[in-house]
Write a protein that binds this ligand. Structure first.
Ligand SMILES: O=C(O)C1=C[C@@H](OP(=O)(O)O)[C@@H](O)[C@H](O)C1
Ligand SMILES: C=C(OP(=O)(O)O)C(=O)O
Length: 446
């Protein structure tokens, strides 16, 4: 939805040790894909553990508008009766993807090779984000896009009537762009090939294979070459959505900086394309242990145990790891403020085109809280204070859930409270953040 209610300020106060079990909700990336791929299958896809955050609910509404039957049972199980590849109906109204880059970009891809027209919009944050990165490759399939200047939403996509398969090198490290091209390739006859130079989250590839598509990924000197055979009949799936490592990051990071904490975050997927933050924290000296490491559905899963870690030191985060932790830099920068010495984060230009310019948003808030930050176009350095972070600032959320949650985590350990001017956007990805953190003993009000 393109607007939420009145701004809801939230304040986090210095807390005693956080303790207990943090059951974080389902993975946002996998939840979007479960609904979209379910809508493109013939028959009933059953989804348990779907993230019921606003971003995903907006994708569910969109799938209905394209003709799929999407329902939620009282038991919280979601069922999707799909229309099949190429079977999307033309929506009767505008598709509002709210705050969600993943939603709008993946859905644009999925409809771009159907002979229909759809108009997309979002909230004030989404309507500023770049869409040409998706509409450029979609044009190669034969789709046309007309939007606001600079390739911004609102935007109308005229789907290709006779789509052709595409070979496309993704110019930015983006799973959304890769996925949009693959989803468009589903309804193009022949082989669509996507090449990515930096590995990004691979949920689309894994799930397409699960739904019965022929898709092969080869690691080559050129990069990862992904070949999809178009026009499969996707068969419906039963999907158990794993818990979201990007949400787990918040209780984990809070436990590391709040004295006396010991928190268990069970059942977190450690898919290598997602787990970069946890390895980075371990390299900084965090007391973060992977307990009960196991395989589930072909992916590594563990219970994360995080304890207060007073001796963390800053590191230079390897730029090659950026894609595997891209959404976690805001909260990493909070941990970095409590570590000793500088933490350097480079090769992270993509942070500037998320729900907000995340380098600017975090740098402004950290500085207001007494932390020294240097930043450039694609890098930033946080100078850690080794535990004594003054805090005491009010920060603008900028319609960005991760900015809000990061500064609330900070306020649990800084000398003075931290306030965010609007906690509303947290509901896009982690609707139970407030009660979950309170259950661990966090003092957050608002
Ligand atoms: O494909 C996805 O599910 C996502 C990809 C990433 O975006 P980019 O593709 O823009 O890097 C990430 O930031 C976003 O939260 C989810
Ligand atoms: C960048 C994010 O999401 P999206 O691109 O889907 O809006 C995020 O959740 O941090």
């Amino acid at each position: 939805m393109s607007s939420h209610g009145p701004a809801c300020p939230m304040t986090a106060h210095r807390s005693d040790g956080l303790r207990g079990v943090a059951d974080v909700p389902g993975d946002k990336s996998i939840s979007h894909r479960a609904l979209i791929l379910g809508a493109l299958s013939v028959g009933e896809t059953v989804v348990t553990g779907l993230l019921e955050g606003q971003d995903v609910l907006d994708t569910a509404t969109a799938m209905r508008a394209f003709g799929a039957d999407v329902t939620r049972g009282e038991d919280g199980v979601w069922r999707v009766h799909g229309v099949g590849v190429g079977g999307f109906a033309e929506p009767g109204g505008v598709i509002d993807c709210g705050n969600s880059g993943t939603g709008v970009r993946l859905i644009m891809g999925a409809m771009a090779t159907c002979p229909i027209v759809a108009t997309f919009t979002g909230d004030a944050s989404l309507n500023k984000r770049p869409m040409a990165r998706v509409t450029d490759p979609l044009a190669l399939f034969g789709a046309r896009a007309v939007g606001r200047s600079g390739g911004r939403l609102p935007m109308t996509i005229v789907g290709a009537v006779e789509p052709v398969p595409v070979r496309y090198e993704v110019p930015v490290p983006s799973a959304q762009v890769k996925s949009a091209v693959l989803l468009a390739g589903l309804n193009a006859p022949g082989e669509t090939v996507v090449i990515e130079h930096e590995a990004t989250r691979d949920h689309t590839e894994r799930m397409l294979a699960g739904f019965g598509a022929r898709i092969v990924t080869e690691e080559t000197p050129e990069g990862r070459v992904i070949t999809l055979t178009g026009q499969p009949e996707l068969r419906p799936e039963r999907i158990e959505v794993p818990r979201d490592p990007s949400s787990a990051a918040f209780p984990v990071c809070a436990a590391l900086i709040v004295p006396g904490s010991d928190v268990l975050v069970p059942n977190i997927g450690l898919n290598p394309t997602r787990a970069g933050l946890f390895y980075t924290l371990q390299e900084m000296g965090a007391d973060l242990v992977f307990e009960n490491l196991r395989e589930e559905g072909g992916e590594p899963v563990a219970d994360l145990r995080a304890r207060y870690s007073p001796d963390m030191t800053g590191i230079a985060v390897p730029p090659g790891r950026a894609a595997s932790m891209i959404d976690e830099y805001p909260v990493l920068s909070v941990v970095a403020a409590f570590a000793q010495g500088p933490t350097e984060m480079r090769g992270v230009k993509e942070l500037r085109v998320k729900e907000s310019d995340r380098i600017a948003a975090m740098a402004d808030g950290l500085r207001a809280a007494g932390v020294t930050v240097e930043d450039g176009p694609d890098w930033w350095i946080v100078h850690g204070l080794g535990g004594d972070v003054p805090g005491g600032a009010t920060v603008a959320t900028r319609l960005d859930h991760r900015i809000a949650m990061s500064f609330l985590v900070m306020g649990l350990a800084s000398a003075r409270p931290m306030t965010v001017d609007d906690g509303g956007p947290i509901a896009t990805s982690f609707p139970v953040f407030g009660p979950l953190m309170a259950g661990l003993g966090a003092r957050i009000d608002g």
